[in-house]
Design a protein around this ligand. Structure first.
Ligand SMILES: N[C@@H](CCC(=O)N[C@@H](CS)C(=O)NCC(=O)O)C(=O)O
Length: 205
């Protein structure tokens, strides 16, 4: 059976769990990373020399890098759902999934600042700079969603998985988020997906 290594409060692990549920792949999950440790043990490092989560095992195959795992799950288990045969359409979805790491640029520090740093230790100036940069990037998303429900068109895709994990976090931070109505509507559509509600739209820890 597919085995997914990783703590559930990691955005990169959440993408994998969300994708697995979207395609109906059965899996076993093992806590690793953060307070769970495990990732610096020789057995884990032999699978993933980065000592990071997520990692998956599927039969003899070991994979790391969350976006690569999402692509693999779509290709192996997602025929008729997440997998897109047409290279041009697939590229249009993959582009947004990979751009999720660009979004993570300012959204990661906002997450660490507001969720994992006590208020008295926060750097307000740095957080404000990340907020402004994030709004610039979310504006790109908002424009893309002006005429379509999902980031790559009329259908939900892996592009939405790459961005969706940040959409929830963004809406939890105690900040001014600007006027991005299409992004707000997108968040509502994401929350209506059971796998998103199960793995992503959770209290931030
Ligand atoms: N590019 C990698 C990044 C993996 C990564 O940075 N994982 C973080 C959690 S989001 C991690 O393992 N942090 C250390 C830990 O949890 O112990 C991916 O997308 O899988």
């Amino acid at each position: 059976m597919l085995k997914i290594w990783g703590r559930t409060n990691s955005s990169n692990v959440q993408k994998v769990l969300w994708a697995a549920d979207e395609v109906g792949a059965k899996y076993e999950r093992v806590d690793a990373g953060g307070a769970f440790g495990v990732v610096k043990e020789p057995k884990y490092l032999a699978m993933n020399p980065n000592g990071l989560v997520p990692t998956i095992e599927d039969g003899d195959l070991v994979l790391w890098e969350s976006n690569t795992i999402v692509r693999y799950l779509a290709a192996k288990y997602g025929k008729g759902t997440l997998w897109i045969d047409d290279p041009a359409r697939r590229g249009a979805a993959e582009k947004w999934m990979d751009w999720g790491f660009t979004l993570g640029g300012p959204n990661g520090p906002l997450f660490w600042g507001y969720v994992r740093t006590p208020p008295e230790q926060r750097d307000p100036k740095a957080l404000e700079a990340h907020r402004v940069k994030a709004i610039e990037l979310w504006t790109i998303v908002d424009r893309q969603l002006a005429s379509q429900p999902w980031i790559a068109g009329k259908d939900f895709s892996i592009g939405d998985i790459g961005l969706g994990v940040f959409v929830h976090r963004w809406h939890q931070f105690p900040i001014e988020r600007g006027n991005l109505p299409n992004l707000a509507g997108y968040y509502e559509r994401l929350k209506a997906r059971p796998a998103y509600a199960r793995h992503v739209a959770l209290p931030l820890t």
